[in-house]
Design a binder for this molecule. Structure first.
Ligand SMILES: *Cc1c(COP(=O)(O)O)cnc(C)c1O
Length: 376
C-alpha cells in the first residue's frame, strides 16, 4: 500500500476530523463491535445502532450540560433544512406570524429569505453595507410580539462571531451554531432552539443536531413535512425514518474525542489560543495582511483576511494560496463572495497546525517585503 498522505486541512466544511476519530472508524469499518458488518450496514432499529445514537446523545448532553427540559434530535437536510424547520415549527407561536432576524452575514441572510416563505420577517439591524460589525443592541429594532428571534452565532463566510447571547426580553431565541458548536461552554437555558450541521465542528456531512426546549414542540403548521416537525422527530427519538446512521456514528466518535480532550472548556481555551496567534500575525504585519472585521466580533473559527492591501492584491493572494498548498497547508481560499484568504480553525485543528501556518505567513511576508525593498 502507498504511504498515507496527510495535509493540514483548513477547510470551512466539510472540515478536518480528528485523526483519532478516523483511525477508530477505520478499525471498526469492516466489523463493528463483533457484529460482522459495518455501521453502514446495520439496521437503524437494531440494538447496536440504538446504542450508538443513544450514547451520542448522552455525550452531547454531558458536554453542553443540556437541561432536562430540552430535547436533542439528529436530522437530515443540513443547516439549510433547519432554516425552513424554524419557521415551519415556530412562526405561528404568536398570532402575527412574524419573526425577528439578526442579519450579520450570508448565512443569517439565507435563513431570513427562507423564513419569508412562512411569515413576516423583521430585519433587526440597521442596514449594513458590509458584514464586518455587530451593531450595539441599543440600535436594534426588536419586535416584542415576534414569535422568535433568529441569529447565527458564527458567520462562517464573513468571519463574524457573537461573543455574547443577545437579550431578547423573553422572546425565544433560535440560533444557528453550525460553525462554532462545542467550541465554548454555552448557557442552553437562554435559547429556544439551537441547531448545527455536523460537517464543520462535530463530524461529517449528513446529519444536523437540533436542541429544542420542550414548550416549543408541537406548534408546527399543518403543512410542515413530518421530517421537519420537531414533534415527530422528538416523538420517534430521531428514528421516524432512516436516519443518516454513519454520520451519526462519526458524530458520536467526535463527541467522545471532545470529552476525552477535556470538554468544551478546553476547546474554548484552544480556540482562543489558535485565533489569537493568527490575529496577532495579521495585526503585526503593518497592513500586509488585513482583516476587515471589527475586533469585538472577530470569529475564532473562520478568519478572513486580504493580502497586500485592504482590498487584496489578487495575484499575491493566488501566490499565497499556491505556496501554502505546496507546503501542505490546504483550503485557504476565501469564499468567492468575499475573496482573499479564509482560515478555518475548528476543534480538529491543533495549536501546532496553526503555528505552522503563522510561520508560513511570517516567511511569506518577509519574502515579499524583500522583493518590495529590492524593487524600490
Ligand atoms: C455551512 C453552514 C450552513 C449550511 O449548512 P448545510 O449543511 O450546507 O445546509 C448554515 N449555517 C452556517 C453558519 C454554516 O456554516
Amino acid at each position: 500500500m502507498a504511504a498515507t498522505k496527510r495535509v493540514i486541512n483548513f477547510s470551512p466544511g466539510p472540515a478536518k476530523l480528528p485523526e483519532d476519530v478516523l483511525h477508530k472508524a477505520q478499525a471498526e469499518m469492516i466489523d463493528y463491535g463483533g457484529t460482522g458488518v459495518s455501521v453502514m450496514e446495520l439496521s437503524h432499529r437494531s440494538s447496536h445502532f440504538v446504542k450508538i445514537i443513544g450514547s451520542a446523545e448522552k455525550n452531547f448532553r454531558d458536554l453542553l450540560h443540556i437541561p432536562d427540559n430540552y430535547r436533542v434530535i439528529f436530522t437530515q437536510g443540513g443547516g439549510t433544512g433547519q432554516f425552513a424547520a424554524a419557521p415551519l415549527n415556530l412562526m405561528k407561536l404568536k398570532e402575527g406570524a412574524t419573526a425577528d432576524y439578526i442579519i450579520t452575514g450570508s448565512w443569517s441572510m439565507k435563513a431570513a429569505k427562507e423564513a419569508e416563505k412562512y411569515g413576516t420577517v423583521n430585519k433587526v439591524l440597521p442596514k449594513l453595507d458590509k458584514y464586518t460589525v455587530i451593531p450595539d443592541q441599543a440600535e436594534w429594532n426588536l419586535n416584542p410580539d415576534a414569535s422568535y428571534v433568529f441569529y447565527c452565532a458564527n458567520e462562517t463566510i464573513h468571519g463574524v462571531e457573537f461573543h455574547h447571547v443577545p437579550d431578547t426580553h423573553g422572546v425565544p431565541i433560535v440560533c444557528d451554531m453550525s460553525s462554532n458548536i462545542l467550541t465554548r461552554p454555552i448557557d442552553i437555558s437562554k435559547f429556544g432552539v439551537i441547531f448545527a450541521g455536523a460537517q464543520k465542528n462535530i463530524g461529517c456531512a449528513g446529519t444536523t443536531v437540533v436542541i429544542i426546549r420542550d414548550d416549543l414542540i408541537g406548534h408546527a403548521i399543518p403543512e410542515c413535512p413530518s421530517i421537519f416537525d420537531y414533534k415527530t422527530m422528538v416523538g420517534n427519538n430521531s428514528i421516524y425514518n432512516t436516519p443518516p446512521t454513519y454520520s451519526i456514528y462519526i458524530m458520536g466518535l467526535v463527541f467522545e474525542w471532545v470529552l476525552h480532550h477535556g470538554g468544551v472548556e478546553i476547546m474554548e481555551q484552544r480556540s482562543h489560543d489558535k485565533a489569537k496567534s493568527l490575529y496577532n500575525i495579521i495585526n503585526l504585519s503593518n497592513g500586509f495582511y488585513s482583516c476587515p472585521i471589527d475586533p469585538d466580533c472577530r470569529s475564532r473559527m473562520n478568519v478572513p483576511f486580504r493580502v497586500g492591501s485592504p482590498d487584496g492584491d489578487e495575484a499575491l493572494e493566488t501566490k499565497f494560496i499556491d505556496e501554502a498548498a505546496s507546503k501542505g497547508l490546504m483550503s485557504l481560499k476565501g469564499h468567492r463572495s468575499v475573496g482573499g484568504i479564509r482560515v478555518s480553525l475548528y476543534n480538529a485543528i491543533s495549536v501546532s497546525d496553526v503555528h505552522i501556518l503563522t510561520e508560513f505567513m511570517r516567511n511569506f511576508y518577509l519574502e515579499q517585503k524583500g522583493v518590495i525593498l529590492a524593487q524600490g
